[in-house]
Design a protein around this ligand. Structure first.
Ligand code: SF4
Length: 351
């Protein structure tokens, strides 16, 4: 998008809140930060890399300040377009035309620019007390039970890898395994499989240091389990976390499982373990593109059926059957729409 396109976009899509347009574009192109802005961000809640990198470049190409100080989220607010408060997850991209600076007159609050055009002011999430309290084994809470959505959601990526592994199997739009490797290479505490004990301990820390009870829900998720993990199938593996959490903190948070579309007997395992929300992801692809982009799924799920459309059917039927198992408000299906990014392929080549 050229600088002059900025206002044309606003006029062309005048029935869409401008905040939504900018948010979408920020997620697409990422955000760059001036060093002064990153200095100001040091006191805010940092990115936890809670499941994927989301960044538009590899960790090794970021400065130390960008790696350590980029905030988990920002809130767009006010400015010349009078933005309503809008939360945006941060994807770092030093080359992005969207830049956060301390403003032309070098004053807070931080400001978001598109090239030279000021868009709005920026608010930062405060550093939560519980991020300053490590577990007994020294791991930070931000590794085991990071929070997102301005502290509302505890995000437990119980399994930070996917059993679709390597270029021959991983979905091409996904960097879960690549992100795990790069975070480990950076020396971050980044646990591959989280034990029940450390999850419970980290939640105890949050409970103790979240006196306003800003956290309301937890998500348990992770990569696909194509066979078994620790002797368990996917539903059993992710069910054990809700079971342990609900036994220790009954009803304290709303539990959500973000897993594949599963058959009804496995959805029942999730429900019986204590989850209140089943949040399946399914991706809709042209069969040819699907085979190219999801080679592992093609082989494991598609090989029986030979087509992506047929592969989708059990997922939809799993969702349909889940209507019988969970209350209507307890299903949150995602429609993931994505353009295949050449950058993803380039990133892989650089690993
Ligand atoms: S199955 Fe899910 S986690 Fe695994 S590579 Fe594909 S999108 Fe990523």
């Amino acid at each position: 998008m050229k600088p002059e396109d900025f206002l044309i976009l606003k006029e062309t899509y005048c029935d869409i809140p401008f905040e939504a347009i900018i948010k979408t574009d920020l997620l697409r192109l990422g955000i760059s930060f001036s060093n002064e802005a990153l200095e100001a961000c040091k006191a805010a809640k940092p990115k936890s890399y809670f499941i994927f990198s989301f960044d538009r470049t590899a960790q090794k190409d970021l400065s130390q300040l960008e790696k350590k100080s980029a905030p988990e989220e920002i809130a767009l607010i006010g400015g010349p377009f009078d933005f309503k408060r809008t939360i945006v997850s941060v994807r770092v991209n030093p080359e992005s035309p969207y830049r956060i600076t301390v403003g032309a007159i070098h004053e807070l609050p931080l400001q978001l620019f598109f090239h030279d055009e000021k868009i709005c002011d920026i608010l930062l999430p405060s550093f939560p007390d519980y991020y300053a309290q490590p577990l007994a084994n020294g791991k930070p809470v931000s590794d085991i039970t990071p929070t997102i959505e301005w502290g509302y959601l505890i995000y437990i990526t119980a399994f930070r890898l996917c059993q679709y592994f390597g270029a021959e199997e991983e979905c091409a739009f996904c960097d879960i395994n690549h992100n795990y490797r790069q975070q480990k290479a950076e020396g971050r505490s980044y646990t591959g499989i989280k034990s029940l004990d450390e999850v419970i301990e980290a939640l105890q820390i949050i409970e103790k240091h979240d006196p306003q009870k800003l956290s309301h829900a937890y998500t348990v998720t992770g990569g696909s389990i194509t066979s078994q993990l620790g002797g368990m199938n996917e539903a059993q593996f992710y069910a054990q976390y809700a079971q342990a959490i609900e036994a220790k903190f009954p009803g304290r948070w709303i539990g959500k499982a973000v897993v594949q579309g599963l058959p009804d007997d496995e959805i029942k395992i999730l429900k019986d373990s204590g989850y209140q929300i089943y949040h399946p992801n399914y991706e809709v692809w042209d069969e040819k593109i699907f085979n190219h982009v999801c080679p592992g799924k093609t082989r494991y799920v598609g090989q029986k059926n030979g087509s992506a459309a047929f592969w989708l059917e059990p997922k939809f039927s799993a969702l349909k059957k889940s209507f019988l198992i969970l209350l209507p408000a307890s299903r949150w299906p995602n429609l993931l729409a994505s353009r295949i990014s050449k950058l993803r392929f380039d990133l892989r080549k650089r690993v």
